[in-house]
Design a protein around this ligand. Structure first.
Ligand code: HEM
Length: 225
């Protein structure tokens, strides 16, 4: 694997960790931290954190793993790791959704009114279908080589598009939080942090898609594959 891949992948990882750190900082500093039963507002805070952790940070790590781990371990192990990271990302997204729906229901806030929530739900459904179909086709029980080859371009397309949807949803969710911040027009520190968070999400998403699509970085199958 070329060293330019390693450098760009390293920078992408740092941007991703910066994104997670900015989400946690915003929640702890400006949203009074995490909670569940104690208050619906604190319960809501799990939503942005778990969605960004699962559908942005871990999703990227999972789709890049075939390239990142190409020379470190066998394809079989990479396949298991890909499925396992996706499973964790999926669980994060489910708990993240439960947090926001339950928080809304407890407060009597209506559900599914925003563009953010509509694209967000489409993202999670696409991700879930992609996960289940990929698991059945490529892992267990696994379909014939002919069908797997036929399905692979669709698996890659829908996997990439769901990731891009996750970035768009994140930016839309952050914009909502900016507009709900007191005196947002005067650019208070919470708003600057939210905007910075959105910028990191866009950079992280763009770098991930670049590493994913650049032909030079595609793995070349080995005879034992
Ligand atoms: C990939 C990431 C995300 C997905 C898939 C997602 C999905 C959703 C969904 C489906 C809802 C509707 C819940 C309901 O109607 O009760 C929702 C609500 C909400 N989300 Fe997200 N979300 C994501 C990330 C974020 C982030 C990063 C933020 C903010 C920093 C955020 C802020 C909100 C807010 C404020 C609501 C409540 C208002 C509304 O329904 O639009 N979300 N989200």
């Amino acid at each position: 694997m070329s060293s330019s891949y390693n450098i760009l992948n390293g920078i992408t990882g740092v941007v991703g960790i910066g994104l997670l750190a900015s989400v946690i900082t915003w929640i702890v500093k400006y949203q009074s931290g995490f909670g569940w039963a104690s208050s619906p507002d604190l319960e809501f805070n799990w939503h942005p954190f778990l969605m960004v952790l699962g559908l942005v940070f871990l999703y990227s790590q999972s789709i890049l793993i075939y390239r990142t781990g190409r020379y470190h371990t066998s394809k079989k192990i990479l396949k298991y790791a890909h499925a396992l990271i996706h499973l964790i990302a999926f669980l994060c997204s489910i708990v993240g959704l439960v947090a926001v729906f339950d928080s809304h229901n407890r407060k009597g806030t209506p559900n599914m009114f925003s563009l953010h929530s509509w694209i967000g739900l489409i993202t999670v459904i696409t991700f879930a279908l992609q996960f289940v179909s990929g698991f059945v086709a490529f892992l267990f029980p696994g379909l014939s080589g002919f069908i797997r080859k036929l399905l692979m371009p669709y698996h890659v397309f829908f996997g990439t598009i769901a990731f891009i949807f996750a970035i768009i949803t994140t930016v839309a969710g952050i914009t909502e939080m900016v507009l709900w911040t007191d005196n947002f027009e005067t650019k208070p520190p919470a708003v600057l942090l939210l905007n910075f968070m959105g910028l990191l999400a866009v950079v992280y998403g763009s770098m991930t898609v670049y590493l994913l699509l650049k032909p030079d970085y595609k793995r070349v199958p080995l005879p034992e594959d």
